[in-house]
Design a binder for this molecule. Structure first.
Ligand code: SAM
Length: 194
């Protein structure tokens, strides 16, 4: 569970995101953070499955990073957070330091596509980057039986190709949950298929 100061920081980032949307700023100047309800959900899910190895693709200014760093604190695990924009990641680093969560996060600046294949197997992944990259990045993930992958914006952006892809894989079970902007929750099956 998130603590009060962590929720306050999430609320602050979310209020700023809504302001940026209201001003209709260009995409590069908006932070496009995860909805607070989705942050609560991924924190509960990742800690509930005792995820020790966690990855997020698209950390931006750190809203989802707070949620997953808290999950890592609860499980004794570690989050690897990929972000391609330096200023956003710098802000996330500052926020996580202020919350004493830095020790749970390995920040990597750059295109996640250059790093994913060399990561050790992980238990939990958040995909929250450019929508055209979802399938490509899913295919590069270091999965193992039981890994859970949550992807955002499924309903807001009608990501039907991605949903068709994950549901078409025999080794994955997957469901869309109407939380926030729509989360696809996919899990690598542990049982052997005939
Ligand atoms: C929707 S925002 C992420 C919001 C973030 N999860 C949060 O809750 O604050 C998408 C982010 O993905 C980053 N991004 C896009 N493509 C990327 C890539 N190939 N590798 C790493 N980060 C990427 C963008 O710079 C942007 O900050």
């Amino acid at each position: 569970m998130l603590q009060a100061n962590e929720r306050e920081e999430i609320a602050r980032l979310w209020a700023r995101k809504l302001e940026q949307d209201e001003k209709k700023l260009p995409q590069l100047q908006r932070h496009r953070n995860l909805e607070p309800d989705s942050a609560e959900f991924i924190c509960a899910l990742a800690s509930g499955i005792r995820a020790k190895g966690l990855i997020e693709i698209g950390g931006s200014s750190g809203l989802s990073t707070i949620a997953l760093a808290v999950a890592a604190r609860l499980t004794g695990g570690r989050l690897t957070s990929f972000e391609i924009e330096e200023t956003r990641q710098q802000e996330a680093r500052g926020t996580l330091a202020k919350l004493n969560l830095s020790q749970y996060v390995n920040f990597i600046l750059g295109d996640a596509g250059n790093f994913l294949r060399s990561q050790p197997a992980v238990d939990f992944v958040l995909i929250d980057c450019e929508k055209d990259d979802y399938v490509r990045f899913f295919e590069m993930l270091p999965l193992h039986p039981g890994t859970v992958v949550v992807s955002d914006n499924i309903l807001s952006h009608r990501l039907t190709d991605y949903v068709r892809y994950v549901r078409g894989r025999a080794d994955i079970e997957s469901i869309t949950l109407p939380i926030g902007k729509g989360l696809e929750v996919s899990r690598v099956r542990e049982e052997k298929l005939n």
